[in-house]
Design a protein around this ligand. Structure first.
Ligand SMILES: Nc1ncnc2c1ncn2[C@@H]1O[C@H](COP(=O)(O)OP(=O)(O)OP(=O)(O)O)[C@@H](O)[C@H]1O
Length: 565
């Protein structure tokens, strides 16, 4: 009973129905085409009986007319099959794209801390395998099940008309098939979850190996890495083979049953001819119809694993639908373009309960000030920026933006539009330098781009590149030096029309003079921007208005003279 309830989980069906919104028409056409093609099989059996019986009775003209009808049905079947293929591919691709877009949308809307728990390889498995399983189930398997049922019903009724005993015998196979399929289904579902989990682990590993190619090579880690891949492949193979063995055993059991049924029907038909109870035409129609009853039953049993894969994948995708959303309103607050300050009061935050990283941080930054944030590694400097970006929320305390007229705006996903951010590490996309810069401001003019690259000390080296700003760079800025990539990331942040700039060791790869010039340029921006720069360099302190040190979860202002000497 519990298994039954699990298989009939209404959440899944509600979600699948939602996936089909706007596509019922296209799916209906596919179902109708499938049903027509299936039913034409029963018509073909009746027509073939007429062709043979009239030929045996020497009425060749009537037999010929039926033969033409037979040929026309075959042509119709071919034509409808081609249309069906085209329609199915179109709907499948549309569904695939919608589901993938919807998944990405959920991911972007979800709380950063919740979405960040997933490995990128796992997310890719959801985006590809699970989405493909759901589309395949809805677009291919579902219409095929309906047409198989129609085919079964039509063949059964026709057979009932010709021979009641055989029809009832064939019908008995129905409930038996359903029971066997149900048993197979409930066992397969568990295996399918294991397979998808193994697939996710495998992809995650491959993804990391490819991303860290440089580390693997320079640490001569090739053999270890390949061994890890092999172990993960073995685990994945174990589950795939387990499922395949189970499927083969189930197929074999059913196959033997169906072939035995066909054999008995054959003997029965031969016996009926021998006693003169059936014609030769009836005998051929007979065998076709028995095939058309058993075929659907076999087909239905084969559809079961695909349906189970669809349900399992739907369950995995639904988990993402339930990730907490950020509640973004997407309206731009009024003072976004003005100068803003910041205030933090007694902020406490920890990623895990009872393990606070920030234990009572208070800070006030006046509009237009440039603040240096220092502290030993792991003290929580990046965490503080994440709080400002509302990627995480303080457990207690208050953080707000102070507007030009001293109005307070509490932080939320919406106030992210007040901030521009340069995170640690290389965060460039593959594409041209211009594409990367326009992430900061999609409609930026050439003058704005020039001003931003100039302020970030990036204009000089960009102009020396043969393609200039249209130079194509690789993944994570490959083709550029670390310092050049950092300057493009800073220019991208400067282009964003946001009053507060957050720099997380954004100048760490620059030489001291360039770093100093970049910060000085930021200081001289018009309109001025409030800026927090996390840095470990003493040289930049004289550009800053204040220096704060994060230590043991508390923020303390440092005198410049004390830090620099
Ligand atoms: N997503 C996360 N989940 C759990 N713990 C985290 C997470 N990110 C950081 N931490 C932990 O929080 C603490 C502060 O990390 P944070 O990155 O803020 O330090 P930091 O001062 O910026 O360090 P660094 O100077 O090395 O960049 C560290 O102990 C780190 O292990």
């Amino acid at each position: 009973m519990k298994k039954l309830r699990h298989l009939l989980n209404t959440d899944i069906y509600r979600w699948l129905k939602q996936c089909m919104t706007g596509k019922w028409g296209a799916l209906s056409v596919i179902i109708i085409l499938n049903v027509i093609i299936s039913l034409s099989g029963a018509v073909l059996a009746i027509v073939s009986k007429q062709v043979i019986d009239h030929a045996v009775q020497n009425s060749m003209r009537v037999s010929g007319i039926y033969a033409i009808a037979f040929a026309l049905i075959l042509i119709l079947q071919l034509a409808l099959s081609s249309i069906l293929t085209l329609r199915t591919v179109k709907l499948r691709e549309a569904m695939n794209n919608d589901l993938q877009r919807n998944f990405m949308d959920r991911l972007y809307r979800a709380e950063w801390s919740a979405a960040g728990k997933y490995h990128s390889g796992d997310l890719l498995t959801h985006l590809t395998n699970d989405v493909a399983n759901v589309t395949d189930g809805l677009v291919n398997t579902l219409p095929s099940i309906i047409s198989l049922i129609a085919q079964f019903a039509a063949a059964f009724i026709t057979l009932l008309y010709f021979d009641k005993t055989l029809a009832l015998f064939a019908f008995l196979l129905g409930p038996v098939s359903v029971l066997i399929s149900w048993y197979i289904g409930s066992r397969l579902k568990k295996m399918q979850h294991q397979i998808q989990a193994a697939e996710s682990r495998y992809r995650s590993l491959l993804h990391e190996c490819v991303q860290n190619l440089l580390i693997v090579k320079t640490f001569e880690h090739e053999q270890d890495s390949l061994q890890k891949v092999q172990a993960s492949q073995a685990n994945r193979l174990f589950w795939i083979l387990k499922r395949t063995r189970f499927n083969v055993a189930a197929d074999l059991t059913m196959g033997i049953g169906y072939r035995l049924g066909f054999f008995l029907a054959f003997i029965w038909g031969a016996y009926r001819i021998s006693i003169g109870a059936a014609s030769f035409g009836m005998f051929t129609a007979f065998l076709q119809l028995v095939g058309q009853i058993q075929g659907p039953l076999e087909g239905l049993a084969r559809s079961f694993p695909v349906l189970i894969a669809m349900i399992t994948s739907a369950e995995r995708l639904i988990v993402f639908q339930k990730l907490e959303s950020e509640n973004k309103r997407e309206s731009l607050p009024a003072i976004r373009d003005g100068i803003s300050g910041l205030q933090m009061e007694h902020v406490v935050y920890g990623y895990e309960a009872n393990k606070p990283i920030l234990t009572g941080v208070s800070l006030r930054i006046q509009p237009g000030e440039l603040i240096a944030l220092i502290g030993t590694s792991g003290e929580g400097k990046t965490t503080l920026l994440r709080l400002l970006l509302a990627l995480i929320k303080p457990q207690t305390g208050d953080v707000c933006i102070i507007g030009k007229d001293h109005e307070r705006i509490s932080l939320s996903a919406d106030t992210r539009s007040y901030f521009s951010y340069v995170p640690q590490g290389n965060t460039l996309f593959s594409g041209t330098i211009a594409d990367n810069l326009r992430i900061g401001h999609p409609s930026a003019t050439e003058e704005e781009i020039n001003a931003a690259t100039q302020a970030a000390c990036a204009r000089g080296f960009i102009e020396k590149l043969p393609q200039g700003i249209d130079t194509v760079i690789g993944e994570h800025g490959s083709g550029l030096s670390e310092g050049q990539a950092q300057r493009i990331a800073i220019a991208r942040a400067l282009l964003r029309p946001a009053p507060i700039l957050l720099l997380d060791e954004a100048t760490s790869a620059l030489d001291m003079d360039t770093e100093w010039t970049v910060l000085q340029n930021i200081r001289n921006l018009q309109p001025p921007r409030t800026c927090i720069a996390i840095t470990h360099r003493l040289s930049v302190f004289d550009v800053c208005d204040h220096i704060y040190r994060l230590s043991k979860g508390q923020l303390l202002e440092q005198k410049k003279e004390l830090v620099t000497h």
